[in-house]
Each structure stands twice: as structure tokens, then as C-alpha cells.
Write a protein that binds this ligand. Structure first.
Ligand SMILES: Nc1ncnc2c1ncn2[C@@H]1O[C@H](COP(=O)(O)OP(=O)(O)OP(=O)(O)O)[C@@H](O)[C@H]1O
Length: 261
């Protein structure tokens, strides 16, 4: 399934003051493409993903999934957000089974839930409640739940943010394998330039205040990409420069605001 983000803008109201967070975002993600979004904190990455998920309404513009306008959440889009958003009254196993039970018999859903919990190394915690897990473990449950749903589009907001390097690297492999096997369309928000260079076909760099697309980088090296370190380092430098200039801009703006108070 393709995802078309067409002229999306979003303005929030804070105590009578309006803040434009996203300004005219246009982005098409082709079916089976893995696209990362990088940008300074607060530039609107999560807001954009939430709009594609159908959880936040844009102020203007629209999102089309396979040509059909998004009007709300749908089972064609699986989401993993920064906060795990698990049901606290259900066990880990029940959380993963929850969306599956609508699609298949209970026994089959349970088998599938265990298969995906094993992928994120949590099958031994299946009977625990979410509050008995660490933040990173909860995040892994939410990854298992999204993957087990087998949606055609995966929307992932810093899914590996709270994990140690080894677990993160192992889950990169899991996600990459699933993506290669199933050709899902992935929109992936991250703060890690290296992660985006390792995993994605294309990197979208966003600027801030308001959030907009300032660069786009095709990463066409075959995977695994370890042998292309030198070429990837050039991309890394280019992205770092862009992000630095955006952050410098925010620092200046903040200094002059503070000075005028
Ligand atoms: N529900 C909301 N109501 C009001 N303002 C909001 C809301 N959600 C987000 N914002 C504002 O939108 C801006 C962008 O937030 P968002 O979470 O999308 O940024 P981000 O790029 O994902 O940041 P980070 O990298 O820090 O997670 C912020 O200034 C935030 O205050």
C-alpha cells in the first residue's frame, strides 16, 4: 500500500495562541518502501505520524492510503508509538492477541502472539501485566503487537528509542527481515541518523518551527550495509549539518525571546 501525504498542515491552539507545527508537508511513500523521518525535537514528526495513523486530524491537506483518504485509524496501518500504549488491564499475551482475535480463532491468535513475543525476546513475560515490565520491554510488546497484526503499512515512532544497543541491533534485524519477507510500507521516525542509514531506502529530513521537509536522501546501497560505511558517513555528515543549522536557529530564536522578556 502506498501512503500519500498531500499538503498537510497542522496548527495547535495553546491558550488562545496558535502554533503551526506542520507546514505544507508533501510526501509519497511507495508500496514496500522503508522511509525514515529525522528532525530536531519538536519539529512535528510524531504529529505527522499521528495524522497518517488517523489519530490526529490535520488542519488542512489530506492523507491517502492506497488512494483512499484517511478518516481515522484502520487495520491497514499498524502503529508503534514512543509511549507503548498497552492496555494496563490485560496481560502481555492478551495485549498482543487483542487485535488478532478479531481476525482468527483464539488458539491461532495465541500461537501467533507467542511467535512475535519470542521475536522480541519476551515470551517468558507473556503472563505479566504491562506495569511489571520496564519501559523498553513495554515498547517491545507494542512492537510485537503491531507486527503480529500484519498491517500493510507500519508507522513507527522511535520504536527502539528506549532499548540498549544490542537489543536494538537485534530488533533491527527482526524488522529488516519482516520488511524484506513481506514488503511492508514503513514510515519510521527516529533520532538516530545511523539507524536511518542502516534501515531505510529513503531519509526525509525535517526542519522546525514550523516543521517542513528540508532534504530527502535516497539510500540505495544493498543490505547489510556495513561495507558501505565510507559512503554512509558522507550522508551522515550532510544530515548532521542540516540538523545542526536547524537547532542553531532554534537556540537563536530562544535567546532573543528570553532577552525580550
Ligand atoms: N495535542 C497537542 N496539543 C498541542 N500541541 C501539541 C500537541 N501535540 C504536539 N504538540 C506540539 O507540536 C509540536 C511538535 O510535537 P511532536 O511531538 O510532533 O514533535 P517531534 O518532532 O515528534 O518531537 P520529539 O522528537 O521531541 O519527539 C510541539 O511543539 C508540541 O508542543
Amino acid at each position: 500500500m502506498s501512503v500519500q501525504i498531500a499538503h498537510i498542515s497542522k496548527t495547535f491552539q495553546h491558550h488562545g495562541v496558535s502554533q503551526t507545527v506542520l507546514d505544507q508537508i508533501d510526501l509519497t511513500v511507495q508500496k514496500g518502501e522503508f522511509v525514515s523521518i529525522l528532525g530536531p525535537s519538536g519539529c512535528g514528526k510524531s504529529t505527522l505520524l499521528s495524522i497518517v495513523a488517523g489519530l490526529t486530524a490535520p488542519t488542512s491537506g489530506k492523507v491517502l492510503v492506497n488512494g483512499k483518504e484517511v478518516k481515522g485509524p484502520g487495520s491497514d496501518r499498524g502503529v508503534v508509538f514512543q509511549q507503548a500504549a498497552l492496555f494496563p488491564w490485560l496481560t502481555v499475551e492478551e495485549n498482543v492477541m487483542f487485535p488478532l482475535k478479531k481476525k482468527m480463532p483464539k488458539e491461532e491468535a495465541k500461537k501467533k502472539a507467542y511467535e512475535y513475543l519470542a521475536m522480541v525476546q519476551l515470551s517468558q513475560y507473556a503472563k505479566h501485566s504491562p506495569h511489571e515490565l520496564s519501559g523498553g520491554m513495554q515498547q517491545r510488546v507494542s512492537i510485537a503487537r503491531a507486527l503480529a497484526m500484519d498491517p500493510e503499512v507500519l508507522l513507527m515512532d522511535e520504536p527502539f528509542g528506549a532499548l540498549d544497543e544490542q537489543t536494538r541491533s537485534r530488533l533491527h534485524e527482526v524488522l529488516e527481515k519482516i520488511w524484506i519477507d513481506t514488503k511492508k510500507t514503513i514510515l519510521f521516525v527516529t533520532h538516530s541518523i545511523q539507524e536511518s542509514l542502516k534501515l531505510s531506502d529513503r531519509i526525509i529530513v525535517m526542519g522546525t518551527r514550523p516543521g517542513r521537509i528540508i532534504d530527502e536522501i535516497e539510500v540505495s546501497f544493498p543490505r547489510p550495509r556495513d561495507e558501505f560505511r565510507k559512503q554512509l558517513a558522507e550522508y551522515e555528515e550532510r544530515i548532521q549539518k542540516l540538523l545542526k543549522s536547524e537547532i542553531d536557529k532554534v537556540v537563536k530564536e530562544e535567546e532573543s525571546y528570553a532577552a525580550g522578556r
